[in-house]
Design a protein around this ligand. Structure first.
Ligand code: UGA
Length: 446
């Protein structure tokens, strides 16, 4: 079982495929995008992920990995097939399963002519019921084979963070295996045992539906922690000497709570947390379950931008015509991804209020330019100091490490006013104040 296919070479699929090959599996990656496949085979990763290019080059050189557009070819050469295709949201909030359906059709057609038993593993995020209701059904229809007898099926959610995908693949907190039958689960567990060796993480073997729900529950819980601390931040900010960072440390040391995901800020973004939360709300409602708690998580997130605007108004008064430098456009540091980025939403809100925007990001400028096209009065800068020139305030919107060591004396020299709004708590308030800046920290009483 060391011959593996990975269908869908995006932010999660490509690092996973490359990591398997790195550990000695023979991996064929599949993607419908010919250009992407060509790039990958040349050793260039089309997605940004630290160290991924080096790993990719290494496995290509060792002949353990190749990419193709043909699912049939990949299946022919493999025993285990991991499905990583995207499940984006449609305009009505439901999941667009087109890629998953297409992949299932391709797998079904390929299995038709295959004699041997193969294991199909769904790793895409799908709502409970989808793996059996869509993937299994389509594969059986197209192949004429029977799940459990002719092929195996697992749902194995991934918990990878963008920008830390390789680390998370090599060091997962747990492996969740939703299995159609014991044989399928045994095969998948053996793949991971081989992959992790002595460092095997805890394994949860469960039903497919539980595995599907675990993924949504995990992301909703993480989102809940962020919205919870953001609400506490609003309270702390209004109490003399209040400071949300100290409150987070104070509650985070309780092991029942934990400090992770308690960094107050502009809110959560990205391609997963908001989308998965919306899908879970829809599912809960469709089952007649009151989803108020989940809806509140989204509501706090959506209104968190107002907190930054409020701080700006306190510092500058009316924002019309004010020149504001927004530092950080990616939805989090370490990525060029601006999907559902709270910083982008902040830029749009400020533009709507008539502010003049200067925007900077170490990695996501091109992506940001695309999504902000047509939004009036936004200029983009690749140099932070140029970005701040003539501005009335700096707003730190994404916690890029690059912003930790800003030279405030240098920034102050060319700014119209010395104001810094730190939405991600990475600015040294004392240093900024020494350089004559008025410092406002989100969640910190000023
Ligand atoms: C998230 C989950 O963390 C992964 O476990 C999961 O596999 C992934 O979604 C997915 O479903 O594929 P990711 O979207 O890469 O990963 O980003 P996170 O690192 O979780 O950050 C999400 C957002 O929350 C970011 O905008 C970040 O700035 C924000 N955040 C996070 C906070 O505002 N405060 C925190 O304390 C932590």
């Amino acid at each position: 079982m060391d011959r593996v296919a990975v269908i869908g070479l995006g932010y999660a699929g490509l690092p996973f495929a490359v990591a398997l090959a790195h550990r000695g599996f023979k991996v064929v990656g599949v993607d419908t995008d010919e250009e992407k496949v060509e790039l990958i085979n040349k050793g260039v990763s089309p997605v940004y992920e630290p160290a991924l290019n080096d790993y990719l080059k290494g496995v290509l050189e060792r002949g353990l990995f190749k990419a193709t557009t043909s699912v049939a070819k990949a299946i022919e050469e493999s025993d285990v097939v991991f499905v990583f295709v995207g499940t984006p949201t449609k305009a009505d909030g439901s999941l667009d399963l087109t890629q998953l359906e297409n992949a299932s059709e391709d797998i079904g057609r390929a299995l038709k002519d295959e004699g041997g038993y193969k294991l199909i593993v769904v790793r895409s995020t799908v709502l409970p019921g989808t793996t059996e209701g869509v993937v299994k059904r389509i594969i059986e229809e197209r192949s004429g084979k029977i799940c459990g007898r002719d092929f195996g099926l697992c749902m194995n959610p991934e918990f990878l963070r963008e920008g830390k995908a390789l680390y998370d693949i090599f060091n997962p907190a747990r492996i969740v295996i939703g299995e159609y039958d014991k044989r399928s689960g045994d095969i998948l567990e053996s793949v991971y045992r081989r992959f992790h060796g002595e460092k095997m993480p805890p394994v949860i073997r469960t039903s497919i539906v539980n595995a599907e729900l675990i993924k949504y529950a995990a992301n909703a819980f993480l989102a809940m922690k962020v919205s919870f601390i953001n609400l506490i931040a609003r309270i702390a900010q209004r109490l003399p000497r209040g400071d949300v960072i100290e409150v987070a440390s104070g509650i985070g040391l309780d092991p029942r709570i934990g400090r992770d995901f308690l960094d107050a800020g502009l809110g959560f973004g990205g391609s997963c947390l908001p989308k998965d939360l919306r899908a879970l709300i829809k599912l809960a409602k469709s089952l007649g379950v009151d989803a108020k708690l989940l809806e509140a998580i989204l509501e706090v997130n959506e209104t968190q931008i107002d907190e930054a605007l409020e701080l700006l108004r306190r510092a500058l008064g009316d924002l019309r015509g004010k020149r504001i430098a927004v530092l950080g456009l990616a939805f989090k540091p370490g990525t060029d991804d601006v999907r559902e980025s709270q910083s982008i939403k902040l830029v749009k809100r400020l533009a709507k209020e008539g502010a003049v925007l200067h925007a900077h990001d170490p990695l996501a400028l091109d992506a940001a330019k695309r999504v902000l096209q047509g939004i009036g009065n936004v200029a983009f800068f690749s140099d932070v100091y140029e970005c701040a020139r003539r501005c009335d305030a700096i707003v730190v919107a994404t916690d890029w490490g690059d912003y930790r060591n800003l030279c405030f004396e240098r920034l102050g020299e060319t700014m119209a006013r010395r104001v810094v709004i730190d939405c991600r708590h990475i600015i040294d308030a004392v240093k900024a104040s020494k350089a004559g800046f008025k410092y406002y920290g989100l969640g910190i009483y000023t």
